[in-house]
Design a protein around this ligand. Structure first.
Ligand code: BG6
Length: 520
């Protein structure tokens, strides 16, 4: 796979909804942005006044996530009371078009409707600066505050140049810099990026974002483990047979082919989201609940990982098929994808953590696009009972399944513990049954959007849910043997659970969702 040029990648920025906007959706909003705001029911002070510079402001992420999150924070009273929101990108467009697109993005993707009154206030804070107007230095001149958040929502190849540009424009002081994953393209380029960042910024100014850490359900892994003594007793090699982490998506590249084809599933999901989830499952208890104590432990878990070897990795790419009842093109047939692309849209791998808690317990990770449905889950599969007592009464042991704990990250956020129960009747019969906790039922709410929490934290200077340089370095390091020697692609039809090689990789243990749902 060739590394795409930054110019080429940035051209992926496109809008499909600039036909105008109907502003009078709802006449007024429920609350104002003055005073304290609320996030997930908590009363919080808005972050200090600052400007936000969104670099890559015409891109997919800004449209689907960042601008809607800014709006929802505004509605909750959690945007700084004052400060401009400056969109910056290569595209030659103007303030009015940018505002129009922002309104459409909010309508399509924010949690709340586009309230008339709120929008009128927020739109006054929006400004657009095309790159040709004089670069980031010029964008900096449009700021109104000494403090600012610069959000680099750009492909990895564009980041080093932008970091230099920020420094040349004398914008380092007063800046908190948010960088989107993937951080670099491999170990070498991520180290270069780190050197470059450290040449200009203090680590406390750098916020490496992995939006999975902003998900309530990912944070809840820590609460489940360290808030409940019962699990901690069995959270180790004595009781656990293996762990599965699945990040399944039914979507394809969703109009981001030019970006995606230069990245692929290994760099897009495994190197960051999946390894972050793994580090939370595997970490030791932190000495307290502060940013550095937690990041010390997650980094140590990654440190203990063995380097992943190509023989333990399956790479796949989807061909045409049917997803959720609708026909889907093959990856190579999609607009913007070269017809001979070798980019993987699926990865399954086996990882090992070489420490006292986890030695000998495989961690199976898998992710894919165009799988049957969106489904992100951690499965803790416990060991089988040491003696199969039930065989003595003639029970079919295939019916007996080891206990497992399924932590559902999304959708249907919750946790399910599966255990065996006696089937009612005069004879001994066993069946797997579930104990279930659902976020929605227990808290009467759906978890908030990860980007709201993370944007708020970055503006407020709280780095707990952001990645530290050592963890990023290590997550590239453990994958580097595979990046150096990528296994050949295996193909899978869109709408299936991935290539057959993935089943061979996990063997008799079997992937969790295959059993219950659409088989090959
Ligand atoms: C992003 C990836 O980081 O995460 C996308 O770049 C992917 O390819 C997305 O679709 C998935 O996020 P979520 O929150 O929908 O699981």
């Amino acid at each position: 796979m060739r590394e795409p040029a930054a110019d080429e990648l940035l051209r992926d920025d496109r809008y499909d909804d600039e036909e105008g906007v109907d502003y009078d959706v709802v006449p007024e909003r429920p609350s104002g942005p003055e005073g304290a705001g609320t996030l997930a029911g908590y009363t919080l002070k808005p972050p200090p006044d600052q400007d936000i510079i969104l670099v890559g402001a015409t891109g997919d992420l800004a449209r689907r996530k960042l601008i809607p999150a800014i709006y929802d924070l505004f509605i909750d009273g959690l945007l700084p009371n004052e400060g401009a929101i400056i969109g910056y990108a290569r595209e030659e467009t103007d303030d009015e078009t940018f505002k129009l697109r922002a309104a459409n993005a909010i309508k399509a993707h924010a949690r709340r409707p586009l309230y008339d009154e709120a929008w009128i206030e927020l739109r006054d804070r929006l400004v657009y600066v095309p790159r040709s107007a004089g670069g980031l230095g010029f964008a900096g001149k449009r700021t109104t505050k000494d403090r600012r958040l610069i959000y680099l929502s750009t492909p990895p190849t564009a980041v080093p140049g932008l970091v230099d540009e920020i420094a040349e424009a004398n914008l380092v002081e007063g800046t908190r810099l948010v960088i989107e994953k993937p951080f670099g393209f491999d170990l070498g380029s991520s180290q270069d990026l780190d050197r470059r960042l450290r040449g200009h910024f203090d680590e406390s100014q750098i916020f490496r974002i992995d939006h999975y850490l902003g998900k309530e359900t990912v944070q809840n892994i820590m609460v489940l483990r360290f808030g409940n003594h019962i699990w901690e007793r069995v959270w180790n090699r004595d009781a656990i047979d293996h762990v599965q982490i699945t990040v399944a998506e039914s979507i394809g590249t969703g109009g981001r082919a030019a970006f995606y084809d230069g990245v692929g599933a290994m760099r897009d999901i495994i190197q960051n989201h999946a390894l972050q989830v793994l580090s939370m499952v595997a970490m030791e208890p932190p000495i307290n609940f502060t940013a550095n104590a937690i990041r010390d432990e997650t980094a140590k878990a990654l440190q203990a990982m063995k380097l992943v070897q190509p023989k333990d990795v399956v790479r796949g790419q989807y061909t045409s098929g049917t997803v959720e009842g609708r026909p889907a093109l093959g990856y190579r047939e999609e607009t913007g994808v070269p017809p001979d692309s070798e980019t993987e849209t699926y990865v399954a791998l086996r990882a090992e953590i070489d420490n006292w808690r986890w030695a000998g317990v495989p961690f199976y990770l898998r992710t894919g696009k165009r799988l049957p449905r969106r489904d992100t889950e951690v499965l803790i599969s416990f060991k089988e009972a040491p003696v199969h007592l039930w065989e003595s009464v003639g029970l079919d042991m295939d019916e007996h399944r080891p206990n497992h704990l399924a932590i559902r990250i999304q959708p249907d956020e919750g946790i399910t513990f599966t255990f065996m129960a006696k089937v009612p009747g005069p004879e001994i019969g066993l069946r797997a049954v579930n104990m279930h906790f659902s976020y929605e039922d227990s808290f009467m709410t759906e978890p908030a959007e990860a980007y709201e929490r993370l944007l708020f934290d970055a503006m407020d200077g709280d780095a707990m849910l952001f990645l530290r340089d050592d963890a990023v370095r290590r997550s590239w390091e453990v994958l580097q043997p595979v990046l150096d020697d990528m296994p050949p692609l295996q193909f899978y039809p869109a709408g299936s659970w991935g290539p057959r090689g993935a089943d061979a990789l996990i063997g008799e243990r079997r992937w969790h969702m295959h059993e219950k749902h659409i088989p090959h």
